[in-house]
Design a protein around this ligand. Sequence first.
Ligand code: ZN
Length: 644
Amino acid sequence: MIDVTALRSVPERLGRLPRLLDVACGTGILLSRLLDRVPGAEAYGVDASEDMLAQARTALKDQPHVHLERVQVGEGPTAGLPFAQETFDLITCTNALHDMPEPLATLSGLRRLLSPGGQLVVEDFARREHSFPWAVFEWLLHQIEGSPVHAFTLAEAQSLCTQAGLSCAGESLQQRHQGIPRIHARGGMGANLRDTVPDILCEIWYTCSMRQMITAKLKLLTTPNQFRALRQTQLAYRDALNYVSRYAYAHGKKSNQQWLQKETYAEVRAVYHLPAQMACNVPRQVGATYKTLWTKVKQNAVARKEGRTKKRYKGLDKPPKYVSPTLTYNYHRDYSLKPDQQVSILTLEGRVIVPYTGYSQHVTLLQQGTHIGAARLWYDKPCKQFYLLVTLELEVADPMPETHQQIVGVDVGQRYLAVTVRLDNGASFFSGKRVRAKADHYARLRKRLQQKGTRSATRRLVVISGRERRLKQAVNHQISRHIVEGHPSSIIGLEDLTHIRERTKRKRGKKAGQKQRRANRHASSWAFAELHSYLAYKALLAGSMAVKVDAYHTSQACPRCGYASPDNRPSKGLTFVCQSCHYTLHADLVGARNVALRTLLVRQDWMSTGHLSVAPDGSDSEAKAVRRQRYAELRWSPDPSPCL
Ligand SMILES: [Zn+2]
């Protein structure tokens, strides 16, 4: 990957020691390996975490020319780093690109730090081109880390490099020893140098191993004093957020984090008594909020210009107010794990050491030292109980057709929240009757309170909405866990609900489809998208995988002869009767069977082409027609043969 020969020849060519920089150097592992291969080089490492740097100092204490500094990489001419331009012969940046708020500006800055003939090596985990759950993961990461996170595909990363003034000279696909593809690109740099020999090399090195984030919920067993300290810290942090938010608003709604930091740091420290690390997080979080809101303002302006909407986005009409006191802690910096199931947490009064309990599986992972990320301190107000929500990162093996033998079709609906069917005719039903009744009760109550509109009604409304949401979440967790545990090594097929809203909107009376009729009876809508996202991530953790198939006619098509018509459900009853071949079946099984058949098609394509498509490509009408033609040819055979 790294051109070591070029680095070793630096003293001869330039008459000085080679200079290496590792951005986000962590515990210094990469630097120490580099120094093994390029002995005597000057090694520089920067990282935002003091604890990481302390470990790096220990690891590198025997090396003569090591400089470690606590700096957060950012924007600007030298990427916010305290070095002169054209300093380094090699810059490495591992697992950090996805975390940068302004990756383009940072890459441009890093390019300027390279000396002529230098190399930039960027390594990150790749987003695979067609992997469907990534949107979910990014959303989860966003929830966990509190700031937007974006994993790039190789193509996106290449485009970033090109925009940063690095032009790509070539590209090759390599196979890693375990058979996992690794994509490796190598490029030359400089618009005016394009015709000559590449001056600065940029390498993007993407590994396709998958990482899966999960959250461990730890119950904190606090003493009254610790409880008070945590609560105080939480509220002080929230007040500080609101102070900085008001400040940013009053000064042109600025979103620049560095500027906010410079302007408000002293005040945040003095008035809210936050420890230094936490005081730095405040402007960062506020800056990120403003950035997101500005994006929405701009998107809204475009939408209004194009006549797509008439509404004006009001998110920045007044300073955004932070209501939730949930506080984010960085691992090693603001919190750390201690032996004997204890955790050390930073508060206004210094660190407190609190024992915790949690799911035994999570606790084991924590004790094994699985990659641990940021944590959120969450206060359960009704129970007066603190929880620490710790993010864990697990490595998941790349999926192969051989490791996913079983096919399951899942249909969601009103009478049964979920129905699953295997190709061997095994089926399970998850009844929604009782929880639906409860959810409907909450929904009606909510509607009444909304109409009332008094202050006490609003207060009740918050409570009711919370209950309704938690009820749905709990049931969705339960159903998805049952489905995933009941189907190991499976491909779990789900209906693509992306456009379900457009398709089913405002249909009443005779025009309404069966699903819509059933839905109209209910005062509450069930969170099926949430159920799907739970299924997707639980499946991955359990070595299975979820894919999406076209939802077109899943409840009307005959699984035996393919004939599709609304008349296949005579008088909308519980029985499906095919009007063509008179095949008769429990109506709720039809959808799941059709989904299972379509999922089998996905697996067959995967085996024959080596390419896995986890979601139907929607835009192209020709592709859609071909796909639906293939669907119409699918047959449910009474003999459960795996290769239909
Ligand atoms: Zn039929």
